[in-house]
Design a protein around this ligand. Sequence first.
Ligand code: ADP
Ligand code: MG
Length: 242
Amino acid sequence: MNDYVIDCQNLETAYTASLHRPILNGINCQIQPGEFVVLLGLNGAGKSTLLRSLVGLVPIVRGTIQINGVTMNPRTLTTIRRDIGMLFQGGGLIRQLSAIENVLCGRLGTRTTWQTLWGFGQRDRLLALKLLEEMGLKEQAYQKTAQLSGGQQQRVAIARALIQSPQILLADEPITGLDIIAAQQVMQTLAKLHSQQGMTIISVLHDLGIAAEYAQRAIVLEAGRIIYDGPCHNLQDHFSPS
Ligand SMILES: Nc1ncnc2c1ncn2[C@@H]1O[C@H](COP(=O)(O)OP(=O)(O)O)[C@@H](O)[C@H]1O
Ligand SMILES: [Mg+2]
């Protein structure tokens, strides 16, 4: 028994079993509680695949994933997903819905069909509002998501991930396409969750400067393998981005 929040051993995943080309190829990595890790690598290196694998969205061909000591398999997936919030690349919000409805969608995984058909309760709505307020979006709660700026949308996505009170937050390119101010706001939000709530964070980023500013540890992927795992400073010496 160890106290890692995430433990991948010889992890190999492929999108289709018949197409025998593993996307992740022998990943070994252990993450301790409360770490802020940045995931780097060129396009197609497997960064998104690794994050998706950690929430059971990519079939495991070989090796194991343990989250809080629980080995991932179809039976444990629901339990595991409760511990992990995910910010998908591109946000993954439903543009036609309001900000608060998008945040409430983060609750769907933990509800029965009947509860969902019945509508969300007052408690969930208040919690969603509180989270939006914490993200500085109280005024925008009932606005259509499509009308919000990129930075505001990303903060709605964070609120959606937080509504199930995860211990671990996976963020796939949370600041790509945002202007500098909006990007800093999003990164500061993640930093606050890390420092004030002790949340374990893994974020895919492309900017080595921002990576070094916020994260302590970097994992660099290349063609589905880890080619660097260590401190964030002097990353330029190990890795030259495109
Ligand atoms: N849904 C998918 N089905 C099949 N192959 C995929 C899928 N998503 C990604 N891939 C392939 O997996 C590899 C890694 O992709 P990805 O994890 O998205 O890389 P990154 O996030 O580092 O840019 C790429 O070769 C990509 O073409
Ligand atoms: Mg990606």
